[in-house]
Design a protein around this ligand. Structure first.
Ligand code: ADP
Length: 541
């Protein structure tokens, strides 16, 4: 048919070129110990060209996987563009995973070159004998530290210095693989997710939409979410596309480091998991920082407690934006933004909506299926498993024979149990495996946790199911008091706090006080560890 659009391939190369032409003066800042290293987009993009030439010299061809073992920093960003734009596949590795899983991932992905931060060298040296396919190691610094056992090994800066900045970027197909990440593997080995150029391109536009993250050239963005956790939620691609000033925290992720960096560089937008924001909130109770440059803090990866959203807004005038997503979804799924006519609701109603996971962004279709296989009504009451489809959601896992189990009629099964209200706001009741199945009822551990964390003496709380002779399972609350209230908080206080919000059958049968909630490799509550620890816990009669 005449009059159609051109067959334009959605690849990352024109986005890099756009940044080169439009934003050469914009800055990229990395915290490295006490100093802040800064350079311009012009320098970054020149080094991207050099790096592509260097990788080609090391034998990297189209489709080859190139791994990184690194914190959030400018060199990591250079790899983020050089590798996909030369047609190879970027593979950031979650450096907090156990060694055997890292070895599994590197071998499963068949990584050819592995970039490693100098600070992380010892871990990679220990694993190196198990990394069968890796042909070159590159230390992300000026020189190769003396005595390293890695071989063959190169210094990043040596490779860059010797290479030409001009690289003949190939014409790629939008369906070519650009990057891959592995899920953190709560059961069995981690599973690989491959992102195409097209998926990342469209996802970058998805992040820029005003009603999602609303990223803009005028922002200064600090990704706290690691570049090895779902590609820092895709933000490095979107920010370079738009010419956003970037501020990388490097390995410095303590609340004080982050607050100082926000203040010093006047960060306007940042993103990370809730435990991180809980830490900063706690810091702000005792120390003063000027964080007024922040227009938003995007919180996702685990449920943002309503009490946290409220405390930031009421005490510090800071706007928490709650979002939900998954590795399998690039990860953007839903963002919780009030609709225009919801701005007039009461304060309590507004916070309750903002604590939900939000409405799906354009590009992501959602439905929820109940136990009988029927789609649930969007009434805010019925619940079922959330299923999704869209241009940046996976079709199958990478080389994984049980992939089909995760799909139903072309929809991806998230494993999250949700309700959806008449306005389309998704509320995650729980992950399927975290629900407490008590008699015929399901109890949401997340609802209980959120309520407990709104108690002024509580820092963190996780609720898990423990076996019960009559009810199969009952909830146990594991509570971490704030340091000032250690030994000054009782089980009765917690139960009383919950009694007004939940009917009796939802109340935890017991409350234990613990030092800290164990965290997963990406900083989420690790309830598996608690389930093992308390599997023989005797509930009071
Ligand atoms: P993993 O947690 O296994 O490392 P992901 O980071 O991909 O892998 O996690 C995706 C899961 O995290 C979702 O399926 C959901 O259970 C949970 N999650 C993500 N964002 C939120 C949120 N805002 N609220 C509640 N749960 C969330």
């Amino acid at each position: 048919m005449q009059g159609q659009m051109m067959d334009y391939q959605l690849t990352l190369t024109p986005l890099l070129d756009r940044a080169r032409r439009l934003f050469p003066k914009k800055e990229i800042v990395t915290k490295a110990g006490p100093t802040l290293e800064r350079y311009t987009y012009a320098e970054m993009i020149e080094r991207v060209g050099r790096l592509a030439n260097a990788l080609e010299k090391l034998g990297i061809k189209r489709g080859d996987r190139v791994a990184t073992f690194a914190w959030n920093n400018a060199r990591h960003l250079e790899i983020y563009f050089a590798v996909p734009c030369m047609g190879a596949v970027l593979h950031p590795i979650n450096l907090r995973l156990p060694g055997d899983q890292i070895a599994y991932i590197v071998n499963h992905a068949d990584d050819q070159v592995l970039f490693v931060d100098p600070t992380l060298l010892p871990a990679v040296e220990k694993l190196a004998p198990h990394l069968k396919g890796v042909k070159h190691f590159v230390v992300m610094g000026d020189k190769v530290p003396e005595g390293t056992t890695l071989t063959p090994v190169h210094a990043y800066e040596d490779l860059i210095k010797e290479a030409s900045p001009d690289y003949p970027w190939p014409h790629l197909n939008e369906n070519d693989a650009a990057a891959m990440c592995y899920t953190s593997g709560t059961t069995g080995n981690p599973k690989g997710v491959v992102y195409s150029h097209r998926a990342i391109y469209l996802h970058s536009i998805g992040l820029s939409m005003a009603d999602s993250f609303g990223l803009s050239e005028r922002d200064t963005f600090m990704p706290v979410v690691p570049m090895f956790h779902v590609l820092a939620w895709g933000t490095p691609f979107a920010t370079v596309m738009l010419g956003v000033k970037l501020v990388f925290p490097g390995p410095h992720l303590q609340p004080r480091d982050l607050a100082e960096l926000i203040q010093a560089e006047k960060v306007t937008l940042t993103a990370g998991v809730p435990t991180l924001w809980m830490g900063i909130l706690h810091l702000l109770e005792n120390e003063r920082y000027d964080l007024s440059s922040l227009r938003g803090m995007i919180v996702g990866g685990a449920a943002a407690p309503q009490s946290m959203i409220e405390a930031y807004e009421k005490k510090h005038n800071l706007n928490v934006i709650h979002a939900w997503g998954m590795t399998e979804m690039s990860p953007l799924g839903t963002v919780s933004r009030l609709k225009s006519y919801q701005l007039n609701l009461s304060e309590a109603e507004r916070f309750a909506i903002r604590a939900k996971q939000g409405t799906s962004v354009p590009g992501v279709e959602i439905r929820a299926i109940d136990e009988s296989g029927k789609e649930i009504a969007w009434d805010g009451k019925a619940f079922g498993e959330l299923q999704v489809r869209g241009p940046w959601i996976i079709k199958s896992y990478y080389n994984y024979d049980r992939s089909a189990d995760s799909f139903q009629d072309g929809w991806f099964r998230t494993g999250d149990v949700v309700s959806i209200d008449p306005e389309g706001f998704v509320q995650i009741v729980d992950r399927t495996k975290d629900l407490v199945k008590s008699g015929g009822e399901w109890i949401s551990s997340q609802d209980l946790e959120n309520a407990i964390m709104s108690h002024p003496k509580v820092l963190e709380a996780a609720v898990i199911a423990v076996p019960h002779p009559k009810w199969q399972e009952r909830p146990l609350a594991c509570v971490v008091p704030k340091p000032d209230f250690k030994d000054k908080i009782t089980k009765a206080e917690i139960l009383e706090h919950l009694a007004s919000r939940f009917s009796k059958m939802y109340l935890p049968d017991d409350v234990v006080f613990i030092e800290a909630v164990p965290k997963t490799s990406v900083g989420k509550f690790d309830k598996k560890v608690l389930r093992v620890q308390f599997k023989d816990h005797k509930l009071p009669e």
